[in-house]
Design a protein around this ligand. Structure first.
Ligand code: SIN
Length: 495
């Protein structure tokens, strides 16, 4: 099986790349059905684009840099915000139905830390599902795209220092899939944390493949936590329903058990403060033994099913009617700003290997991602990479993959031992979560190293490698910045 381009993952980044790479022969390898894996379809926030008369890509870039605490790559940010309007228009041409006002204009929402109303949504809180519906339909109809569904990439194949394909496992057993260019679009790392808004397949598998093959990674310590996931009914961890930030944008408030809006006393913007600030405030209340509630009964009330149908359905499934009841919340891991380090052309440090979307660290997010910039990143950089690959020269014959290419010593994290995966997620939640300190990170690092000696199952070893890299980067960065909050540093500053 030999292709021009092999893409691992079929979320927004993977399918945008695949579509834009026409007429090259592209294979998309995905764990489930095309377009149905990964976090993209769960996204409730929309796509940020400077479409309003009072807005510009430069203003959008300014907000992105401010959210990222200026740790972003300014050129990458300019490319992202400059291409946003065209990316939205492309999706509309593919059939995406975004919300419009009475005059037929795109309805532009405002989210925390955006200075202008610039968020395009679909059906209120179902933006990711709508975008993926269109991309999937387009990919299914595209003759240049081959689907390798129900496949798990197990190892990267390397030949003379170049990545030339993968060894993958599917219903028919193991096979080699060779390609001139291999693209990682495998998403994030939510499954490494006790609570996450990501689906279980966001387990860092692509990152683990790349790391084991020797690709450089960057910004691993920057992990974003969302302040409001629906609190679980039981002790079970895993994916929790997201209660979109747009609810707070619409006026919903956060209360503790005493019915007090605790954020009012802490930060001027209260519930609309930056995401990391709100998430840590919620965490602190929970640490004090309080429960935390998101109350939209006044702000949204009877309009809930129409304005936030996804959240409404998730709450009702739990027996909570958000029109009349506050929703219990916990913070949850939401997004990884770090990942496989890539250049302006989405190239990793390994020839033949590229990365786009959440698995990549393109530098656009810096220390903290601005809301609604993640679908945008997958879309813009996916399309950009696809267009480059459509034009790319073929590697010389001697550099193309031959069957039997050497295996990079890579492992993936699927089908892990559930109890051990849970132990790791608990450890990461406690020590490499919203609030970190040197002692906790040292303990987490030592525990992970011990598990690396004891746990032999290859699926778990990928998770351990990624977790270890996050913990090591977090331990090394002693000063808190953005999503990387060091309690010991904050204490030293205060003293
Ligand atoms: C949300 O809807 O609250 C999440 C938006 C995002 O993460 O960009």
């Amino acid at each position: 099986m030999t292709y021009d381009v092999l893409i691992l993952g079929s979320g927004i980044a993977g399918l945008s790349t695949a579509l834009a790479a026409a007429p090259r022969r592209v294979a998309v390898l995905t764990r489930g059905q095309l377009g149905e894996d990964g976090a993209s379809r769960w996204a409730q926030g929309g796509i940020a684009a400077a479409l309003g008369d009072d807005d510009s890509p430069a203003l959008h870039a300014r907000d992105t840099l401010a959210a990222g605490l200026q740790r972003n790559d300014a050129d990458a940010v300019a490319r992202l915000t400059g291409a946003a309007a065209a990316a939205v228009a492309w999706l509309e041409r593919l059939g995406a139905c975004f919300d419009r006002d009475e005059g037929g204009q795109l309805r532009l929402g405002r989210e925390a830390a955006h200075a202008r109303a610039r968020i395009v949504h679909a059906q209120g809180d179902a933006s990711g599902a709508e975008v993926m519906r269109c991309l999937r339909a387009a990919a299914l109809a595209a003759p240049h795209i081959t689907r390798l569904e129900q496949h798990e990439a197990r190892q990267l194949l390397c030949q003379d220092g170049r990545v030339v394909g993968v060894r993958a496992c599917g219903a028919q057993g193991e096979r080699e899939v060779l390609a001139d260019h291999v693209v990682l679009a495998t998403g994030g790392i939510g499954a490494l944390y006790r609570y996450t808004t990501n689906p279980p397949e966001s387990d860092g598998s692509g990152l683990a493949l790349a790391m084991r093959a020797g690709a450089a990674v960057a910004d691993m310590e920057f992990v974003q936590f969302h302040p409001t996931a629906l609190a679980p009914a039981s002790d079970a961890g895993g994916q929790l329903p997201l209660l979109t930030e747009a609810l707070r944008g619409a006026g919903a408030v956060l209360l503790n058990d005493a019915g007090r809006r605790f954020l009012l006393a802490q930060v001027r913007e209260a519930e609309l403060a930056p995401r990391d600030v709100v998430a840590r405030a919620v965490w602190a209340e929970l640490q004090r033994g309080q429960r935390v509630w998101l109350d939209a009964t006044q702000a949204v009330g009877g309009d809930f099913p129409r304005r936030f149908p996804t959240v409404f359905a998730a709450c009702m499934a739990r027996g909570i009617d958000p029109r009349s009841m506050p929703m219990p919340v916990v913070p949850a891991q939401h997004y990884h700003m770090g990942g496989v380090r890539v250049d302006a052309a989405s190239r990793s440090s390994l020839p033949g290997l590229y990365a786009v979307g959440e698995v990549a660290c393109s530098g656009v997010h810096g220390a903290n991602r601005l809301a609604s910039n993640s679908l945008l990143e997958g879309l813009v950089f996916g399309r950009g990479l696809g267009a480059l690959l459509a034009q790319a020269r073929r590697p010389p014959r001697g550099e193309r993959g031959r069957s039997g290419a050497a295996l990079a010593p890579a492992e993936t994290s699927a089908d892990g031992d559930t109890a051990r995966a849970r132990e790791l997620a608990d450890l990461m939640w406690r020590h490499a979560g919203l609030v970190r300190d040197g002692a906790g990170l040292a303990q987490a690092g030592a525990t992970i190293q011990a598990w690396q000696r004891q746990w032999s199952a290859p699926p778990l070893r990928g998770r351990l490698a990624v977790a270890r890299a996050i913990v090591a980067a977090a331990a090394q960065r002693r000063q808190g910045i953005g999503a990387h909050w060091r309690a010991d540093d904050a204490l030293a500053q205060a003293g």
